[in-house]
Write a protein that binds this ligand. Structure first.
Ligand code: PSU
Ligand code: MN
Length: 303
């Protein structure tokens, strides 16, 4: 369909036959979790989508080709190879032209999903306005992508490594709807409540599917932040995790970590400081998001 994209056969068939497809990102594999947990999590996410009646499409760039749906060897490569670039929107043209490998962020997974015709995407957390972002202007390209690319993104909210309040303000400015699944409180990834409210509470996948259909029928470009709190049984103690996060943010500053390296640095630090408790929570919240995304995708195919 496009000279730069390879769509896996089963994904192409699903798209042609109105079978729900859910996209998954690869930055979470290459830069968000350590090996081998990253591969375990990626594979389990894919099987949860299949079990629910959908087709998974993990997205990455391999040797300059956009891959929509990865085979086992490609997934393994994304999880093991230390030299894979983190690819946000600005990086795409160069990584493709240079025929390099790249892990797609929320922004580029949305972009590639949309090029392939996929409307739903599940991940862990989205990027946002970094702390002190009002001075550094470090604002994730994920937010701008949400304002222009037609993909619904299910996440467990925004980590408090970011400035959650300013992230929500910025999404409002960009016209991106933020809904809470079964909650009025915007979740903060490891914890169910950030203290900030959502615009709308929604209690069923069909409500979300309908709202997105309306948005796109009206030609209003952009996605939606579907915020799905981590299940209670996996929630971390807010005081504990926020203390570890504060310490990790401080350490990133001290070491002069900047730009695209900040999030991977902090995540790795959290996993080591919590002795993988944060990694465990991260995996479980991803599975919870995958389950919701496939339900929304199913409802959307019925509208
Ligand atoms: N949050 C996580 N894990 C991740 C990311 C965010 O808990 O792996 C990744 C996502 O791919 C997201 C990206 O799109 O970090 C945001 O990076 P930046 O702030 O550099 O845009
Ligand atoms: Mn940034």
């Amino acid at each position: 369909m496009n000279e730069y994209i390879d769509i896996k056969d089963e994904v192409q068939e699903a798209l042609e036959n109105n079978i729900p497809v859910v996209a998954l990102e690869s930055t979470i594999i290459s830069h968000g979790m350590p090996y081998p947990e990253n591969i375990i999590s990626a594979k389990k996410s894919e099987s949860l989508i299949r079990e629910a009646g959908g087709i998974p499409a993990t997205i990455a760039v391999i040797k300059g080709r956009i891959k929509i749906g990865l085979d086992e060897a490609a997934l393994d490569h994304m999880g093991r190879d230390a030299g894979i670039a983190k690819v946000s929107r600005r990086d795409m043209p160069l990584i493709l032209a240079k025929e390099r490998d790249g892990a797609t962020t929320v922004a580029t997974t949305m972009l590639c999903s949309s090029l392939a015709g996929i409307k739903f995407f599940a991940t862990g957390g989205i990027g946002g306005v970094h702390r002190n972002g009002q001075n550094t202007l470090d604002i994730s390209a994920d937010l701008v992508e949400l304002s222009r690319t037609n993909v619904g993104v299910v996440s467990a909210g925004v980590k408090s490594i970011l400035d959650i309040g300013r992230t929500l303000e910025y999404l409002e400015t960009l016209g991106v709807p933020v809904v809470g699944y079964g909650t009025e409180n915007f979740p903060a990834f490891y914890t169910r409540e950030s203290g900030f409210g959502v615009d709308y509470r929604v209690d069923s996948p069909v409500e979300i599917a309908k709202a997105l259909k309306v948005k796109w029928d009206l030609g209003m470009n952009g996605g939606m932040v579907i915020a799905n709190p981590i299940p209670e049984e996996y929630e971390m103690d807010p005081d504990y995790i926020n203390r570890v996060i504060d310490e990790a943010v401080e350490s990133a500053e001290k070491e002069g970590i900047r730009g695209k390296n900040i999030t991977p640095y902090i995540l790795a630090r959290l996993h080591s400081k919590t002795r993988d408790k944060s990694l465990f929570a991260n995996k479980e919240l991803v599975y919870n998001n995958v389950r919701l995304a496939v339900q929304i995708a199913i409802e959307y195919t019925r509208l």
